[in-house]
Design a protein around this ligand. Structure first.
Ligand SMILES: NC(=O)C1=CN([C@@H]2O[C@H](COP(=O)(O)OP(=O)(O)OC[C@H]3O[C@@H](n4cnc5c(N)ncnc54)[C@H](O)[C@@H]3O)[C@@H](O)[C@H]2O)[C@@H](O)CC1
Ligand SMILES: Nc1ncnc2c1ncn2[C@@H]1O[C@H](COP(=O)(O)OP(=O)(O)O)[C@@H](O)[C@H]1O
Ligand SMILES: [K+]
Length: 539
């Protein structure tokens, strides 16, 4: 599990150590210098003679960068420092100067400065860290903007290796905002614990590879702001049947997906659910879609009539492939949702079901909008806040939290990185997917998979003493398994999907994979889940 902590919790954890005289900045800057030296050796063979540019702001983030610059200068690097703040960490500057670092004229033309910096082997971004009040301003913004331009005009292989100190300067440290004028890093060396922006869209793409420096902070009392589940965590949450289990104890999922207009959604959602190991799927949908489902999956049981006539289920998936004009189906979904909520049955509410939500919902209802659907939901409930798709994409965590507050439900926001949060607990952020997954019907597969995961853990979700945060965690499990199945289907290896999409090529030894259909993702589920439980799935 990867985790991140909020700025206030980091500051609270640092304070007693600083008061006790623990040299946190020494530790931080030494580790930073080591990371830069190691990257330089890997990329250029040596540190000696390498030209390293250091962007320095007025606070302790600049202090970290200056002391690291001193270490690197002592190792023989040609270090060039540019102050872009109103002040400069004095002790750090003195050490850098004593070690032989050069201070460039900070007032010179930003374009000339940028041209010089863009020719460095490495750049350290030590402008702002957790003390930043907003996106970069003033001279810092001017220099970074010029530098981004100068770097963009060089061939990729001739650009400097960028290392961000603590966070890429200017990102929304707690909310993951990515304003204009952030220098994208190849690596971020973060101090004490990861910061939320390093795991949250859209800022995470500017962080590159993240290295966390252990500072000895005691964060045991602080809650996680962001959690990213890894393979071992998924295996722990996955329900594995024992000898006493049978189809009913493994979880029966009711699926009301698909319509005469979109019958395919029924096939995709049921395929995902049965392949992910549902004890049984009861399909409640129109005749034509049901015929297609049963042709492909004869094990699916048809349920007719109202919710209480369909037969017992441990969870429902409602709404995939039901359009806004399908008033009769929507009315049925609304009645079924109410029925499920009254009985404490967990629900995945997707697509059409998002249009018929009651005012308040329990946390065991998992809403699965994409950014456009979430914008619609927020615009309807919070009309004066001006939510639209672009705003949701720019501030996804805020949009997610707002939707949770307004509905009471657990919300899963689909995207290249999928975010899940409930009324309490952290934001889960899962980034395993590949951009090849952005294909019609992929959301229906996720919905079926998520429904099956909730059905298989229904007892833990709703029994006495149930963990109120479990729905969100299981949503994250489903998102991660979905993303991993997409990677397997597409043949993506080595590279993270995000990285591959950014660079349009695979790193050495990897593969960016190739096109997939939504059904391919469903079909990859059994082997991915098997590897997950065998412990052979990395990451
Ligand atoms: N407290 C400590 O002793 C430790 C702090 N550490 C480092 O210190 C950093 C935090 O230092 P600070 O609290 O001094 O804050 P920062 O250095 O992150 O930011 C404050 C400085 O940035 C300027 N600034 C703020 N907003 C700006 C904006 N929008 N545009 C341009 N400039 C802006 C301020 O004028 C001030 O000079 C951490 O991120 C980490 O790098 C680490 O060395 C670990 C120990
Ligand atoms: N660029 C991307 N990278 C990774 N995953 C993506 C990307 N774009 C979309 N996805 C994933 O694909 C799925 C698309 O779902 P959705 O938008 O509901 O499509 P549909 O309604 O056609 O099924 C989601 O799980 C989403 O997270
Ligand atoms: K920084």
């Amino acid at each position: 599990m990867r985790t991140a902590h909020r700025v206030t919790d980091v500051v609270d954890a640092e304070t007693p150590l600083l008061a006790a005289g623990v040299p946190l900045m020494e530790r931080a800057s030494f580790a930073l210098a080591l990371a830069v030296a190691s990257d330089l050796r890997a990329r250029r063979g040596r540190v000696v003679g390498a030209r390293i540019g250091v962007l320095v702001g007025g606070g302790n983030n600049g202090g970290d960068a200056l002391i690291a610059a001193a270490h690197l200068a002592r190792r023989g690097a040609a270090v060039e420092i540019v102050g872009v703040g109103r002040a400069m960490h004095e002790a750090g500057a003195a050490r850098a100067r004593a070690a032989g670092a050069r201070f460039l004229d900070a007032d010179q033309d930003a374009g000339e400065l940028a041209g010089r910096l863009a020719g460095c082997a490495a750049l350290l971004d030590g402008i702002t860290g957790i003390g930043a009040s907003s996106g970069l301003r003033g001279r810092a913004l001017e220099v970074v903007t010029a530098l981004r331009g100068a770097m963009a005009s060089r061939p990729r292989g001739e650009r400097p290796w960028v290392v961000a100190v603590d966070v890429p300067s200017g990102v929304g440290v707690d909310d993951g905002a990515l304003p204009e004028g952030v220098l994208p890093a190849d690596r971020t060396v973060t101090m004490g614990t990861a910061k939320p922006a390093l795991l949250l869209p859209p800022a995470e793409v500017a962080a590159g590879e993240v290295t966390t420096v252990a500072l000895g902070l005691d964060l045991t009392g602080a809650s996680h702001a962001v959690v990213r589940l890894e393979a071992g965590d998924l295996a722990e949450e996955w329900a594995v049947p024992g000898p006493a289990d049978h189809k009913y104890t493994r979880g029966v999922l009711g699926i009301a997906a698909g319509s005469d207009t979109y019958p395919g959604a029924a096939v995709l959602a049921t395929s995902a659910a049965v392949r992910a190991g549902a004890g049984m799927v009861r399909y409640a949908g129109p005749d034509a879609a049901a015929a297609q489902v049963l042709t492909r999956h004869p094990e699916v049981v048809r349920g007719l009539g109202e919710a209480d006539q369909v037969g017992r289920v441990q969870a429902w998936l409602l709404g995939s492939g039901v359009g806004a004009g399908d008033t009769e189906r929507l009315a049925w979904l609304e009645r079924t949702l109410t029925h499920a909520v009254e009985r404490g049955i967990p629900v995945v509410a997707d697509a059409g079901a998002l249009a018929v939500l009651p005012e308040r919902l329990p946390a065991t209802v998992l809403l699965t909008p994409h950014a456009g659907e979430l914008a619609g939901l927020l615009a309807a409930r919070d009309p004066r806040a001006g939510w639209d798709r672009a705003r949701v994409e720019a501030l996804p965590v805020r949009a997610l939290r707002r939707a949770v507050d307004l509905t009471g439900a657990t919300v899963l926001l689909k995207g290249a990185t999928t975010l899940v949060a409930g009324p309490s607990g952290p934001v889960h952020s899962q980034a395993e997917a590949t951009p090849w997954l952005g294909t019609a019907g992929a959301g229906d597969v996720l919905a079926g998979l998520a429904g099956m995961v909730l059905a298989s853990r229904a007892g833990d979700l709703t029994g006495a003493g149930a963990d109120p945060e479990l729905t969100a965690r299981l949503g994250a499990v489903a998102a991660s398994v979905h993303g991993r199945a997409a990677r397997r289907a597409a043949g993506v290896e080595g590279a993270a999907g995000v990285e591959a999409s950014r660079t349009r090529r695979a790193p050495a030894g990897g593969s960016v994979g190739g096109p997939i259909t939504a059904l391919d993702v469903a079909e990859a589920l059994p082997s991915v889940i098997r590897d997950l439980l065998d412990g052979t799935l990395g990451g």
